[in-house]
Design a protein around this ligand. Sequence first.
Ligand code: ZN
Length: 348
Amino acid sequence: LKRLIREGDRSEEVADIQARLRSLKLTVDDDAGHFGESTRRAVREFQQQRGILVDGIVGRHTWSELVEASWRLGDRPLYLALPPMRGDDVSSLQSRLNALGFDAGREDGIFGRLTDGAVRAFQKEYGVPEDGIFGQRSRAALEGLRVDRPGTAALLREELRREDSPRLADALVVVDPGHGGDDPGEIGANGVREADACWELGRRLAERLLMHGARVRLSRTEAESPDSSERARRANALGAAAVVSLHLNAHEEGEAAGSSTYHFVGSSAGQSLAEHIQDALVGLGLEDCRSHGRAYTILRETRMPAVLVEPVFVTNPEEEKKLEDPIFLRDLADALAKGVAAYFDETR
Ligand SMILES: [Zn+2]
């Protein structure tokens, strides 16, 4: 998919998108190939269900979610490949294996090393030739089993990891300032660019975390804008203990204001990190737009607790103005560092 597909478009691609939406039981009343109001609503509903950015437009991310969503367990053999296989068939396999007590890792729909290990362990235990390919025979064995302990192994593993997680003073934290390079992100009415504000905030947060004794890396340089998968890959390669991704919120209504934090759906450590940061931001007097489970790429593809923070709305003129105030940025960075420290304290 090379460009954005949106309301008003007419093409074969639109017809394909509509067919996929319908197969997911969403209602599309527009003529085939015509992206009208009804298609836009179905796209928004789909985006909401998947926990990705809701804008009613089909870009690269929404397109790949549509493709992933259409896989059902049994449609194709699943195995460890490069790049890894992705789809809802993978996440249902992971959740079935986890429920049986195998450790297939996070139920993120990405077939990685842990899922491969779980498939092999499952095959060994249930008498299927141990080739690591989840095909018809493995599936037949799996279908014969009752599953009544949802998610035990993955949750247990995360709990265990938290028990031997480091103190903040020994931890490596990756700070991920959103956008950058030729991607300005959202731009406020008075010209404040999300990328610049996140960079300034990220620098200050890195300083604060260093003062707490943590080791800190930024996910990008000032001039570059790696995509979210690349940022996640960098954090994974560093073996970071936590990732803090910085963005600003935006809304067509200028009055919308306040702080939100996001964690990967089903990650209890991620949720705790997000909630501690949320508490610290609300402590500054910012409106509480709460913590939410989402499947944003930076949350899904990182292998450690990660949080995406939107401390204010760049589209709110008052909050935009504050972003130009170094004292406010300092207070924000303090609050974020306080939230990260509280998370590490709690896991002790
Ligand atoms: Zn952003």
